[in-house]
Design a protein around this ligand. Sequence first.
Ligand SMILES: [Zn+2]
Length: 114
Amino acid sequence: MHETMVAESLLATISAESTKQNAKPVWAKISCGTLNTINDEILRFAFETIAKGTLCEGMRLEIEHKLIQCKCRNCGETFDFELCRPKCPKCESEEFDLLPDAPLMLEEIEFETE
Ligand SMILES: [Zn+2]
């Protein structure tokens, strides 16, 4: 299952960072592309399950889905792809290329402060 692998790698990264900071993580934000087949609920559940008994137990995960980016063929502008308005916001051209979907990334970790 894809989400379990993602959860394991997140847990490893967050644990390593916590050890380095010598603090308990309370919240983390990850982001991924729209086409990335991450199910938020499954990922949260998988993370909760494997985090039990570790420093990361009980922490919250925020998952942001990034829109696909486009690059205008006419003026080179990059912009978010929106189905309702598929054209360049700068020059109004409808000739553009879709850029590769954003990878899954760990953006931020918040630690408990005493
Ligand atoms: Zn343009």
